[in-house]
Write a protein that binds this ligand. Structure first.
Ligand code: GLN
Length: 473
């Protein structure tokens, strides 16, 4: 079965063989049939059919000049604000919270004609790698419902994998777009830090967060990213990637493999699939070389200090007064304590506590200061490596999708992020595309490869991804 993509739908719309209202009706039907079992959508927007009708009108007037995503159904992670729609970050504390404005990326998607279909499940406040931390029950992996879809953007990955939408938007602070993409057999793209505005996203780690697409093809990821990217006066960390010194595309790429980094804890089947993929890259004319990135192995340790530090400060605003649900108490302090005690789940509490600790007087230098120093050195190390190679390749995650409860130990869960967090710490772009399947207990499970490019080098990832992945679809 060829999968529906934003590109194929556009072609159909222009040829008149399909219409947005029909496509959106089909999307809603798929959700209706499967959502009870998979728990992928937390909300379906009532305006979906109306949006589809509006897009249909645009296309009917002059299809060629209709905006690039006219009539394309798009699902949004539940930490992205759409004015008038509920946005919960899958937390009890925001269970009944309605967004009061559009995120910049939502505004851009609307201008591009996208039909915003609904909000997808996730780990609470994007903390986790399985959706098991959702306050509203986990999502299930459409490929094998006994397994997690990954996370934290697990609902967005599953929404694409279950065939309900060709495009879903996720956010990635330490791998939350790429890892679920790997588990669900879809494409997931994390842009250069600052390429996409964070205005209107519920913040997790502000120096790490980026929003990006989950799609069936690299070409679609490129298209959707081009719609969402750009400088935004509402987010002073945004940059215009196009104004950066060009990271040019090439006929063939010199691809670096951080071997020392692959030594430990990677599932043997994933490693075998990765080695086979490297052979394919060589066969396609690229040069695959071993490189050394000793500091990347410290990425996890640095991430699990920097990220909770930022989490503890970003989540201070959920005090039971300003946003969301309030649990009553005798005194003001009581209200704070009770609202947070009842409103937050265990993982969120763990990270707020950790973050508060590493920022506290007396420990700041030993933990936060040191982690930021490691981060700076990682950036230097990476910049050096990129004077030699064009792109890096790693498995996206060390295992295929696991069964519910299999990574109940938080440290085991954190180890899933080993290949993805260095990318966020250094701010560079990365993409995950499916590379193979592995057999596990009678299921055939997808696993992804991650390509990493230099700062502002997104075009290289799209070029390589289209040539290697899209070309064989
Ligand atoms: N799994 C990672 C974590 O739990 C990544 C989360 C994310 O990217 N939002 O922090």
């Amino acid at each position: 079965m060829t999968k529906q993509t934003a590109h194929s739908l556009r072609a159909d719309y222009l040829a008149g063989t399909q219409k947005p209202t029909e496509v959106v009706a089909k999307s809603l039907e798929t959700i209706g049939e499967q959502n009870d079992a998979l728990n992928v959508f937390l909300d379906v927007y009532e305006s979906a059919a109306q949006q589809a009708a509006a897009a249909e009108e645009l296309l009917a007037k002059d299809g060629e000049s209709a905006p690039p995503l006219a009539g394309i159904p798009v699902a949004l992670k539940h930490n992205i604000m759409v004015e008038g729609e509920r946005v919960t970050a899958a937390s009890k504390i925001l269970e009944n919270y309605t967004a009061t404005y559009d995120a910049t990326i939502v505004n851009k998607l609307k201008v591009a004609g996208a039909v915003l279909l609904g909000g997808t499940n996730m780990d609470e406040f994007a903390m986790g790698g399985s959706t098991e931390n959702s306050a509203f029950s986990p999502s299930k992996n459409p490929i094998d419902p006994t397994r997690v879809p990954g996370g934290s953007s697990g609902g967005s990955a599953a929404a694409v994998a279950m065939g309900s939408v060709p495009v879903a938007i996720g956010t990635d602070t330490g791998g939350s777009i790429r890892q679920p993409a790997s588990y669900c057999g879809v494409v997931g793209f994390k842009p250069t830090y600052g390429a996409v505005s964070r205005y209107g996203l519920i913040a997790m780690g502000s120096s790490l967060d980026q929003a990006g697409p989950l799609t069936n093809t690299v070409a679609d990821a490129e298209l959707v990213h081009s719609v969402m990217a750009g400088r935004d006066p509402m987010d002073m960390t945004t940059i215009d990637v196009d104004t950066y010194p060009a990271v040019e595309t090439k006929e063939t790429y010199r691809i670096g493999v951080p071997r020392d980094f692959l030594a430990e804890g990677v599932d043997p089947d994933v490693l075998e699939a990765f080695e086979a993929h490297l052979k394919d890259l060589s066969a396609a004319g690229h040069e695959v070389v071993d490189i050394s990135l000793p500091l990347f192995a410290k990425g996890l340790a640095a991430y699990y200090i920097v990220m909770p530090a930022e989490v503890s400060s970003n989540l201070a605003r959920y005090d039971g007064l300003r946003y969301g649900t309030q649990t009553p108490g005798e005194t003001l302090l009581d209200v704070y304590e009770q609202s947070r005690a009842h409103g937050f789940g265990d993982e969120v509490k763990r990270r707020v506590l950790l973050g508060t600790y590493v920022l506290s007087a007396g420990y700041y230098d030993a933990y936060y200061g040191k982690a930021e120093a490691v981060r700076r050195l990682m950036r230097q190390e990476l910049a050096n490596v990129f004077t030699d190679v064009d792109v890096l390749a790693t498995p996206t995650a060390p295992t295929p999708a696991f069964t519910f409860g299999a990574q109940a130990d938080p440290l085991a869960m954190y180890r899933q992020d080993i290949f993805t967090v260095p990318v966020n710490l250094t701010g560079v772009p990365a993409i995950s595309t499916p590379m193979a399947t592995v057999d596990r207990d009678g299921s055939t499970l997808p696993v992804g490869v991650q390509y990493i490019a230099p700062h502002a080098g997104e075009s290289r990832l799209f070029d390589l991804g289209k040539r290697i992945y899209d070309a064989q679809l």
